[in-house]
Every structure is written in structure tokens, then in C-alpha cells.
Design a protein around this ligand. Sequence first.
Ligand code: ATP
Ligand code: MG
Ligand code: MG
Length: 338
Amino acid sequence: MAWNSPKVGILGGGQLGRMLTESANRLNIEVHVLDAANAPAKQISAHDNHTIGHFNDQESVQELAKTCDVVTAEIEHVNTYALEAVASQVKVEPSWQSIRIIQNKYDQKKHLSKYDIPMADYRELVENTPEELAKVGEYLGYPMMLKSKTLAYDGRGNYPVKSKEDIPDALEALKDRPLYAEKWAHFKMELAVMVVKTKDSVLSYPTVETVQEDSICKLVYAPARNVSDAINKKAQELARNAVAAFDGKGVFGVEMFLLEDDSILLCEIASRVHNSGHYTIEGCEHALSIPNASIHLYSKGGARPGRKMGHITVTGATMYEAETDIQPLIDLVDKIRA
Ligand code: ATP
Ligand code: MG
Ligand code: MG
């Protein structure tokens, strides 16, 4: 946590960008947000270095890149050509190549197939005609899930095709988008894992259970209910392997299906922080090497001896525990001041 931390640009300043900014604020990391003037993330970060514009607009991305050292995104549906264009000026994390592959769910699956990541079988559509979808249906069986390759979120872009009779309605809903179809995953539960990819490692949070209603995540249980240690570990391993298939650093949300026979299939990856990871804000206390310690840095600028630059709170079940945990920090600060 250097005092002169790199300036981080975020494409998009919605709720995910806001939560990222909240965490960055505590660490003295200045976040520059590209979004509309009063976007949620901008509301909690008062300075003049934000960019007004849209994450799909090449010029806005260029403008943002000029103000920061590293650029990331709170959403995968960004203009990766704009990111490619600024990649020589500024670090882009994860890489624009990774975001480009991940934002197209069909390309994402094709890429992950090369790394032996288990997934529901799938088939591309090229013509989006009833005849073509009927052929795909014969191959994948019914029900199957017709999916838009791009710009999918909250299930908008999915159409469950329960039988041949659904083909006209499914195409009516989606035929103007690039499509593929997936074999139905008869899951008993949906799982998710937050994965953090650093310079040289891929780390995972514990497996959570997600409950979707109408394809929208409604509830997250952390830890997943009635899931054995072995499945928890297996899901984390699958998630880490999937994320390892992509370049660049960042946080990734990995969604999975747990089937009746306890095998696990990957559903999709998001190249960003994810709603199945919201619980980590309150639920995970292992953000620092000292447990139960939270750091608050004030972003005051230049440090002078005696100037209050931040504080650390240590909590414990007993005073003895809290004192024991805080002692190494006191020793460190005393050493710096000596
Ligand atoms: P998100 O908001 O998570 O980005 P999305 O629009 O990209 O959603 P998916 O994650 O692919 O869509 O699917 C949404 C939900 O639809 C899944 O969580 C699952 O409940 C259901 N679903 C998706 N694919 C399948 C499948 N092959 N078989 C059964 N159910 C599926
Ligand atoms: Mg998605
Ligand atoms: Mg999803």
C-alpha cells in the first residue's frame, strides 16, 4: 500500500464500481470512473479526475486512460477495441483479449474447451432459422437453452426451448442476436466462486450457493448449504482452472452447476467482481495478513511525522485477543517512527 498508489480507472460506475471504489478508498487508491456524471461510484469519490462518458465510447475510454496507470472494468460488455487502443499507454487488467473472449459466451466456451473445463455441450447457430435450431435440438436434446452469444445479463438473452414446439417463439425472441444453444444442465444447485488472479497466482474464495429466479440471482448462501468439503474444494479448483485460462490480473466471478451425481459444470465466467461475491464485504475478514484488522487510510496527500494518515481497527472476542493481534502492528509503527 504505497502512498503513491497507482491511479485505477474503471469502465463503468454502477453498483459494482461503487463497491470497488469503497474498498479502494480505504486503501488510499484513487479511482477514476468512466460513466455518467452522477453514477453511483462517482457519488462516493469526490475529485476532478473522473471521466463523463460511456464505457463503449472509444474517445471516453481514451480520455480516462490519460488520467490513470491501470484500467479495469466493472462490466464485461465494454468496447474492447477501445481498450486495445489504449493498451500501449496504460495497463489493462484483465487483458483486453480476455475481456473480448469472455464477453462473447460462445467464444468463452470455445476457449475453455481447449483447457478441458467441463461444460454443458453446445452448438453454434449461424442462420438462426427454425430448420437449423431443430437440427441443433436433435443433437442436444430437449429441453435446451438457446442463448445470445453477446450482451447477455440477468438471463436476458436466454430462452429455454422445452420442445420442438417452442422453436418459433424462441427465435422470435432472439433471432436478431448472434446465437448458440446449450444442452440443459439438470442441476441440483448452482454454485459460484470468486477468483482473484494476481501476477503469479490464482486464488479462490470459498464456494457459495446462488439461487436464480427467472435467471436472475435472487439469493446467495455463503457457504453453500449442505455441500461437502470435497465439492467445495472441487468447485474452487474448477473455477481457478477456468480463470487460469485467461491473461491478466483481476477478480473474476465463476458460475457453476452442481449436478445430481455431484459432478460440476461451468456455466459462465464474468471478468469482474460479481454479485455472488457481495458477501465478502461483510463476511470475509481475511483481507489483511492479520485477522480481524481493518485499515482506513485518509488520502491526505503528503505524510509528515505526527500527521494522522489513517487508522487500523482490530476486533477480538476478548481484549487479550485484540491486544495480541494488534501488537505486531504497534511494533511495526514504532519501528517506522524510531
Ligand atoms: P448473468 O446475469 O449471470 O450474466 P446471463 O444472462 O449471462 O446471466 P447465464 O448465466 O448463462 O445468463 O444463465 C442464467 C441462468 O439460466 C443460470 O444461472 C441458470 O439458472 C440458467 N441456465 C443457464 N444455462 C443453463 C443450462 N444450460 N441448463 C439449465 N439452466 C441454465
Ligand atoms: Mg452472464
Ligand atoms: Mg450467469
